[in-house]
Design a protein around this ligand. Structure first.
Ligand code: PEP
Length: 248
């Protein structure tokens, strides 16, 4: 049985008020995750203590230590009790030119260290316009997941079409579900049906309190990755509340 996961990616921002999120996570039977900037991880780790909110990082290095100025080791995440880490977010891929190969190294490292990686995949608008969206996502999955053999239960996939991130252009629930079903089939080819049917698949891209219900009603959408709408505590709390009701 897959549980609903509501994850907030704060990018290079900090939430205005975490308290409504903590309250909402207590009242609603869904998993809640926040991903603050690295430097705020410790502060929010303290803030969420005793609540059901979990903590994740937005990125990590594929290397454990060494001369990598400005990078964050996955061992540091472990040391601070961080369970989750986003890998291959579209802003990392497109702005910071992270390659599929680098993302694959990060996935392998996260899995080896028993972290829970949220692998982000998704096509650009021009790739969708020439009907290559499934091909692109299939390729991203194959490269990022190839060679991984253990801790498969830790893997979460977030489908985040690039054209939907921060644009207000949410994918329709049907289009998102079509891709999620496709992703589940691909996971089944890579890891087998049992792993695939248990894997949590998130949708991300302009999720709001207005559209979250219809997205979560779809069979293969197990949660959402929320950027902009996770920065206002009361809005994010509302999304958690709506997800809690959808769960019943
Ligand atoms: C994201 O940052 O992963 C994201 C989906 O952002 P937004 O919700 O703002 O589109």
């Amino acid at each position: 049985m897959r549980r609903i996961l509501i994850a907030g990616n704060w990018k290079m921002n900090v939430i205005d008020n975490i308290n409504p999120v903590i309250d909402s996570s207590m009242k609603n039977d869904v998993d809640v995750l926040i991903m603050p900037p690295f430097i705020y991880l410790e502060r929010f780790n303290t803030a969420i203590k005793g609540s059901r909110v979990k903590l994740g990082a937005q990125n990590m290095s594929s290397q454990e230590k060494g001369a990598f100025t400005g990078e964050i080791s996955p061992l540091f995440l472990k040391e601070f009790g961080i369970e989750y880490v986003a890998i291959g977010h579209s802003e990392r891929r497109h702005i910071f030119k992270e390659t599929d190969e680098e993302i694959s190294l990060k996935m392998q490292k996260a899995i080896d260290l028993n972290l829970k990686p949220i692998l982000c995949v998704g096509e650009t608008e021009s790739q969708r316009s020439i009907n290559k969206h499934k091909f692109v996502v299939e390729n991203q999955l194959k490269i990022a997941l190839g060679g991984i053999e253990n801790n498969l239960k830790n893997i979460i996939i977030a489908y985040e079409p690039v054209w939907a991130i921060g644009t207000g252009n949410t994918a329709t629930p049907n289009d998102a579900e079509e891709m999620h079903l496709f992703i589940r089939e691909q996971i089944s080819f890579i890891f087998g049906r049992n792993v695939s049917s248990e894997m949590t698949l998130l949708y991300g891209g302009s999720v709001t309190e207005e559209n979250v219900k219809d997205l979560l009603r779809k069979d293969n959408i197990d949660g959402v990755l929320v950027g902009g709408s996770s920065l206002k505590g009361d809005k994010f709390a509302k999304i958690i509340e709506i997800a809690g009701k959808t769960n019943i």
